[in-house]
Design a protein around this ligand. Structure first.
Ligand code: CTP
Length: 406
C-alpha cells in the first residue's frame, strides 16, 4: 500500500554563491509534495537568509546542534529522513562529509542518515579538479553517496568550465529518482561512451512550415542525464524538444530534420559502446523544400507530396561495431491485430536491435508527460516489464540492462 506521509527530505545548503538556486530547488521539492527541512551551513546563510528557507519550507531553520536540544535534532533529523539532498555541495562541505566530521547540524545529520544521499556540487573548476576534491568525491561515492557531475558553463565571474550547479529541475528529478529507487545511480558506466537521440524531427515544407510530431524529448534527456551520472561520457543528439535544460555533464548536438539526425547519429556512434534511438523520427519528408512560402492559390497541385526518410535505427544496426549495444524505442497502441507487446515483439524482429523499449501510447500516456512505463524486450528473448515511474526510472532500467551486456 502506498504511504500517505509525504517523503521527508533534508535539504542541506552549503556556503557558495549557487546557494541562491537552492531556494528554487526547495520550491520544486515542496510543490511536488515533499516535506522539506532545510539545513544550511553558517556560510550558506551569508548568501541566503534563513527567512527565505523558513518561508518556503514552512519549517524552522537552524545551523548548529545547540538549538532545540531536548528534541536531539542532530540525531533525529538524519534518522527520520527519506532522502538528504545537499545543493550546493561545496568543496569544503564534501571534505567535511568525507572526513566524517559533525561540526554543524548538516554534517551531523549526514552521519545519522541511513537513507539515500545526493550531493549536487558547485565550485570553481580548479577546486572541482583538485586532487583533494577528487579524493573526497571518490570516498563519498565509495560509501554510496550520489555525487552528481556538475554542469559546465559560466561560473561566478568570467570563467567557464565544469563546476556549475546542475539545474534545480535536474536535481529535483534525481531526488525523485532516488526516492523511487535508492540504488538508481551506481557508477557502472564509467569509461563507457554512449550516444542517445531525443526529441522529434521536423521536416521543412517551406521557410515557414514543417511536419513534426509530439515528442517532448523528456525520455531521451532522462536517458542521457542518468547515463552521465552513472559515469558515461554521453553525446545527446537532440532534435526538437520541449523547453528542457541541457543535462549536466552531457555533450549536446542539435539537429532538425531526420537527415541531420541520421548524419549526427552515424558520426557519434563510431566507437561508442551503446547507442539509443529514443528520438521520434518522421517516417516521411516533403519531396521538395519550397524556396518560398507555399500559397494556397499556388500552382502546385500537391504541396504535401512525401518521400520516405531513411530508417536510422536500421542503419545503426547494419553498421554496428563489435560489442556495441543498440537500443530502439517503439511507441505502440494496441489494435485489432494485437496488443502493445505483440507489436513490440514484431518491431524488435524487424529492426534487429539488441534491445527495444516498448511504450504504450494514447490516452495521455508517454507523450509530453513526466512518467512512463512499458516493456524492455531483448533480442535474446528476454522480456522485462517496466513498471510505471518517472522517465529517469525507466532510463535506469535500460542502463542496467545495457551495462550488464557491455
Ligand atoms: N526510427 C528510426 N528512423 C526512422 C523511424 C524510426 O531510426 N525513420 C527509430 C526510432 O527512433 C525508434 C524505432 O525506430 O527507436 C521505432 O520507431 P517507430 O516510429 O515506432 O518505428 P517505425 O519503423 O516508424 O514503425 P511504424 O511502422 O510502427 O511507424
Amino acid at each position: 500500500m502506498e504511504s500517505l506521509t509525504p517523503p521527508r527530505v533534508l535539504l542541506g545548503v552549503a556556503g557558495g554563491i549557487a546557494a541562491y538556486k537552492s531556494a528554487e530547488l526547495l520550491r520544486r521539492l515542496t510543490e511536488t509534495g515533499h516535506s522539506v527541512r532545510v539545513l544550511p551551513t553558517a556560510s550558506a546563510l551569508e548568501f541566503v537568509g534563513a527567512a527565505t528557507f523558513e518561508a518556503l519550507s514552512g519549517q524552522p531553520v537552524h545551523t548548529g546542534v545547540f538549538v532545540d536540544v531536548p528534541s536531539v535534532p542532530h540525531v533525529k533529523l538524519g534518522q527520520e529522513a527519506d532522502l538528504v539532498v545537499v545543493a550546493p555541495a561545496t568543496a569544503d562541505l564534501m571534505a567535511r562529509a568525507a572526513a566524517g566530521r559533525a561540526d554543524d547540524l548538516l554534517t551531523a545529520s549526514l552521519l545519522t542518515a541511513r537513507c539515500p544521499v545526493l550531493f549536487a556540487p558547485a565550485m570553481h573548476t580548479e577546486m572541482w579538479e583538485h586532487p583533494a576534491t577528487r579524493a573526497n568525491v571518490e570516498v563519498l561515492r565509495s560509501r554510496g553517496v550520489v555525487v552528481l557531475e556538475p554542469a559546465s558553463g559560466r561560473l561566478t565571474g568570467k570563467d567557464t568550465g565544469p563546476g556549475r550547479l546542475p539545474d534545480p529541475a535536474e536535481i529535483a528529478e534525481f531526488a525523485r529518482l532516488l526516492l523511487e529507487r535508492a540504488d538508481a545511480l551506481p557508477h557502472d558506466l564509467s569509461g563507457r561512451r554512449v550516444v542517445v537521440s531525443a526529441g522529434g524531427t521536423r521536416e521543412a515544407l517551406d521557410p515557414v512550415r514543417f511536419l513534426g510530431n509530439r515528442s517532448s524529448g523528456r525520455q531521451g534527456y532522462a536517458l542521457a542525464r542518468v547515463a552521465a551520472q552513472r559515469g558515461a561520457s554521453v553525446t545527446l543528439v537532440a532534435a526538437h524538444t520541449a523547453d528542457l535544460g541541457d543535462p549536466a555533464g552531457v555533450e549536446v548536438v542539435r539537429v532538425g530534420s531526420a537527415a541531420q539526425l541520421r548524419d549526427a547519429m552515424c558520426a557519434a556512434a563510431r566507437g561508442a559502446n551503446a547507442v539509443v534511438m529514443a528520438a521520434a523520427v518522421a517516417d516521411f519528408r516533403p519531396v521538395a523544400l519550397a524556396e518560398h512560402k507555399i500559397k494556397k492559390t499556388g500552382s502546385d497541385p500537391d504541396p504535401l507530396a512525401l518521400t520516405t526518410n531513411p530508417d536510422i535505427l536500421a542503419e545503426l544496426v547494419r553498421t554496428k561495431e563489435q560489442g556495441q549495444v543498440v537500443v530502439g524505442f517503439a511507441a505502440e497502441t494496441g489494435d485489432a491485430a494485437g496488443d502493445v507487446l505483440h507489436h513490440g515483439r514484431a518491431k524488435l524482429l524487424r529492426k534487429g536491435c539488441d534491445l527495444l523499449v516498448v511504450n504504450a501510447v494514447g490516452d495521455g500516456k508517454a507523450f509530453e508527460v513526466p512518467d512512463n512505463s512499458g516493456w524492455l524486450l531483448g533480442a535474446d528473448g528476454s522480456e522485462t516489464e517496466l513498471k510505471p515511474g518517472s522517465k529517469a526510472l525507466l532510463a535506469t532500467r535500460v542502463w542496467d540492462t545495457v551495462a550488464s551486456r557491455l
